[in-house]
Design a protein around this ligand. Structure first.
Ligand code: TYD
Ligand code: MG
Length: 456
């Protein structure tokens, strides 16, 4: 009988140690070691292995035989860098219920040209069938397997010979080599390693679905993120319909791409033109609303920033923001107070980004300030105007990157004016006859542009 052996693993980076240690020597995290039972089979010692691969000159490796496999969905393919690379391992992480399983199943069902094996350790085949009825099929070539044992999965992989494997989720897998329970650090590491070897040897791409932990990182050891080729994060607000698929790591493409989806009753729908849905009623004359021409990843789109400024009921004014960094909001308020003389210290300020999006682009600063000023003075921002600029600590409006993309997007969406920094270089801006470019150098100059034909 195999001897039972235990070892300690770092839950952050996956490093193994024979005894418990308080601080991981590898990733320097405190208190991350957990004990797990392991039983190694004899053939895993490195010396016993026969060499299976031979060194090859890089110039002699041919790429022609393995073009990228195009899957369902423009957004999904774009994020992967133009289709899935044969033999690559892709990890999709996200909160429970955000739509990871739906996305993976939809890709499988809507790509009839690719024989897919969808392996689920979380749902029964009947539940998956119910889901597939919801999202609708395009005559997909998709096999379902409900199995969590890695060795059994290998047997099925050799029998079915799929062209794409989906594992939902990597935390439910377990291999007989290790005795610790499914979801433990050593199991995840071993199973993901096994699947990686399978992918590289057979050139079949593997899509792993992974859980995330309380802090929002991918659950399991950090090594998981190191060994896979692509890490995608599916995020969004449960109370809103929009979901963003973001690439955090991509060995075969750019990590600046994002994909936008809308969760509907019949699955996820790709959003081709985000600006159209993120701005709802910019025609109405409402105070406290400003439109920002922002860029997320490579993609420009327009979002609506809403602010509400009201008299503070309690001594300490409240500041609250949804989708925007609260510390940045506090900084912008301090800038307004100090540099532009707006008395906001006795006011509650609430900020909201429409659509449940989270924005991190510093170019949204200008729209945030405009929305606050508009709400404070109860005057609507001049119609047809949007904003793109960063605000510095001394109240100066700083130029932002990808300005031309922002201006073109605003023009496409029918905006007549865009306010940018007066320090933006002329060379970076092309000809956009449909839109007037207004420049402001300091926040105190803003109100002149903001409330045209209206006096403060
Ligand atoms: P799911 O893919 O099961 O999430 P995950 O695998 O990330 O845990 O998505 C579940 C949620 O999506 C659930 O709350 C219901 C919703 N949903 C829809 O709104 N429409 C649909 O067509 C489907 C399949 C799910
Ligand atoms: Mg799921």
């Amino acid at each position: 009988m195999a001897k039972t052996k235990t070892a300690f693993f770092c839950t952050s980076c996956g490093v193994e140690s024979p005894k418990w240690i308080g601080r991981c020597p590898s990733c320097r995290e405190w208190n991350t070691y957990v004990e797990e039972t392991i039983t190694r089979s004899a053939n895993t010692t490195p010396g016993n292995k026969k060499a299976r691969a031979e060194p090859v000159l890089i110039s002699e490796i041919s790429l022609a035989a393995e073009p990228r496999i195009s899957l369902y969905g423009k957004e999904f393919n774009r994020i992967l860098g133009g289709g899935i690379v044969p033999g690559s391992v892709i990890l999709i992480g996200g909160e429970p219920g955000i739509g990871k399983s739906t996305l993976a199943l939809q890709v499988a069902l809507h790509t009839p040209s690719v024989k897919t094996l969808y392996i689920s350790g979380e749902e029964s085949s009947r539940q998956i069938k119910l889901r597939s009825d919801r999202v609708g099929s395009m005559g997909g070539n998709c096999y379902i397997l409900c199995e969590t044992n890695l060795e059994a999965i290998y047997t099925h992989l050799h029998k079915v010979k799929p062209q794409l494997v989906i594992i939902d989720s990597v935390q439910t897998l377990q291999t007989d080599n290790i005795e610790s329970p499914a979801g433990s650090v050593s199991q995840i590491r071993e199973c993901a390693g096994g699947l990686l070897r399978y992918a590289k040897e057979s050139s079949v791409p593997v899509l792993l679905i992974g859980h995330i932990n309380k802090e929002g990182g991918l659950a399991g050891p950090k090594v998981l993120e190191h060994i896979v080729d692509v890490v995608l994060q599916f995020e969004g607000d449960h109370n809103h319909l929009y979901r963003v698929l973001r690439s955090l790591k991509n060995r075969f493409g750019s990590t600046t791409e994002i994909g936008l989806y809308e969760m509907q009753g019949d699955g996820l729908r790709e959003v081709d033109n985000p600006s159209e849905i993120l701005i709802t009623n910019h025609q109405d004359n409402m105070s406290g609303v400003a439109i920002s021409a922002m860029v997320d990843g490579m993609r420009p789109f327009l979002v609506e920033i809403q602010a509400l400024v009201s008299s503070a009921v309690y001594g300490t004014p409240q500041r609250s923001s949804t989708g925007f960094d609260l510390r940045r909001l506090n900084m912008l308020l301090a800038v307004l107070e100090k540099r532009a003389g707006f008395r906001l210290a006795s006011k509650d300020v609430f900020l909201n980004i429409a659509g449940g999006l989270k924005v991190t682009d510093p170019a949204t600063d200008l729209a945030v300030i405009s929305a606050i000023l508009s709400s404070e003075s109860d005057l609507p921002v001049a119609q047809n105007t949007c904003f793109a600029g960063e605000v510095g600590l001394s109240g100066e409006i700083r130029p932002v990157g990808r300005l031309q993309q922002r201006i073109s997007e605003a023009e496409k969406m029918g905006f007549g004016n865009i306010v940018i920094s007066s320090f933006s270089k002329k060379e970076g801006i092309g000809k956009n006859p449909g839109i007037r470019i207004l420049r402001a150098g300091k926040v105190e100059q803003l109100s002149r542009l903001l409330f045209k034909n209206q006096t403060l």
